[in-house]
Design a protein around this ligand. Structure first.
Ligand code: SF4
Ligand code: SF4
Length: 441
């Protein structure tokens, strides 16, 4: 079933243009350097605060590995992203959690309450990287607050001297105690996503969310931090800008300033879905000529560990494949629980990825290139689009079509209060059957 076109409000041309412009910029060579610098500046407290001499030496090692395009690196990742759980309570239009609406890639997504990293396994990772890696992100394609022991994970990392960052939609019914536990857990950076101030504007892209809850939680978080004189977490609000929410931006900025938020970041909104960037929607025209630097920084500075220990090099490519039933499409580079973080970081698969980003032209002539994680990545290859996977390329459903009308075959399941559920992930076990269809927290 797809949306009736009469209920669809077209995305304004300015947004379509800006998204195509973004796509082009992301594929340019210097983008990876600018992106790395911009992200480091935006989250400098999380990445740099409390760095020891060993951490600075490791950063220098990562830089040297990147500048010399080494296959076998000497430095540990500067940052590790840990996907504590891929579950989420919302169905944002950009995300793999969006309702399929005829999109076959989204129909293949598979979520289950058991998809969560246990505290013991998290501890195992921290024990290995302690004193070597300085910053962790605790989310990937889910909301970290869906993990009932998130504050314990932050506390473990903090005790090991590791900075932590989470990004959340904050649209949960949260008791004061849970917010306090989170704020006093040693969490370094908290990003909260707000894409509007009124419910009708907010839930056009944050489908299923409640802006009142988000603002209440944000107010409580700022208040708790003030009352307890906490230095951390640094609280950032992220506003994804679309035409439909631009009129609420000044008011949102003022409100956040009055609440005591430290940082208000405006990012261009993406009217497309992650699944539109899947390699199966493209044909590779040719590999790009190498420059004097590797064309991507990810395999030299960061690593992404999924909830089950599987590792992929970045969160920009094949993201809509990671939780599908097609396990071959994940292209994982190893598993940290089968070996170790260091063994995977310098494994043959990781070395192949580093060769590919350093010289995609040469790598594309090697046997087995097509099974490489980075094959068909827009940073390394010129691509021709074959199809759009999502309906969101041309439309953002208006509020009436998106969230308020219950659908017989996929009724909206209200997320029970997190603090109250016995099984906090149960509300995310979305049936992915007859309908086939996508922040960014
Ligand atoms: S973008 Fe974030 S908040 Fe929205 S559905 Fe995806 S994981 Fe959840
Ligand atoms: S797929 Fe490879 S080249 Fe593309 S962003 Fe990820 S790590 Fe970089």
């Amino acid at each position: 079933m797809s949306l009736d076109s009469s209920t669809i409000e077209p995305v304004p041309a300015s947004i379509r243009l800006s998204a195509r412009f973004q796509h082009w910029v992301r594929s340019t060579r210097s983008f990876c350097i600018w992106q790395g610098l911009w992200e480091s500046r935006r989250r400098q407290a999380w990445i740099f605060e409390g760095m020891t001499v060993t951490d600075w030496r490791n950063l220098a090692g990562c830089l040297a590995d990147f500048l010399t395009a080494r296959r076998v690196v000497r430095g540990w990742p500067l940052v590790i992203k840990i996907d504590t759980t891929p579950l989420c309570n919302l169905h944002c239009s950009v995300c793999i959690h969006a309702e399929p609406r005829g999109n076959p890639i989204l129909a293949r997504q598979h979520f289950h309450a058991s998809q969560r990293m246990s505290v013991a396994r998290f501890q195992q990772i921290v024990d290995e990287i302690r004193g070597r890696v300085h910053a962790l992100t605790l989310h990937f394609l889910g909301d970290p607050l869906m993990h009932p022991e998130l504050d314990t994970l932050c506390r473990i990392a903090s005790c090991a001297g590791i900075n932590t960052h989470i990004s959340t939609n904050f649209s949960f019914h949260m008791e004061h105690r849970r917010i306090k536990d989170l704020l006093t857990s040693g969490l370094t950076h908290l990003s909260v996503c707000i894409d509007g101030l009124t419910q009708s504007v907010y839930d056009r892209t944050r489908s299923g969310g409640k802006i009142d809850r988000v603002l209440d939680n944000l107010r409580t978080a700022c208040q708790v931090r003030r009352e307890l004189h906490l230095r951390h977490p640094h609280i950032e609000v992220q506003y994804l800008l679309f035409n439909h929410n631009s009129h609420e931006l000044p008011r949102a900025r003022r409100l956040c300033h009055n609440l005591g938020v430290d940082q208000f970041t405006v990012l261009p909104g993406n009217p497309y879905n992650y699944s539109d960037a899947e390699p199966e929607n493209f044909e590779v025209v040719n590999a790009r000529r190498p420059g004097w630097l590797p064309m991507c920084f990810w395999p030299f500075f960061t690593m992404l560990i999924k909830y089950n220990g599987d590792v992929i090099p970045c969160c920009e490519h094949r993201s809509a494949s990671q939780y599908t039933t097609n396990h071959d499409a994940c292209r994982v580079l190893g598993n940290v629980f089968d070996s170790s973080v260091w063994a995977v970081w310098n494994s043959h698969a990781y070395q192949q990825v580093r060769s590919t980003v350093s010289n995609p032209l040469a790598a594309s002539t090697q046997p087995g290139h097509h099974t490489n994680f980075c094959s068909a990545c827009q940073r390394l290859f010129d691509l021709r689009r074959l199809r759009w996977a999502g309906t969101y390329a041309d439309s953002i459903p208006p509020p009436s079509a998106q969230s308020s009308t219950p659908r017989a075959d996929h009724p909206p399941a209200p997320c029970p209060p997190l603090a109250e559920h016995a099984n906090p992930s149960a509300c995310c076990e979305k049936p992915r059957h007859s309908l086939a269809r996508g922040g960014i927290p």
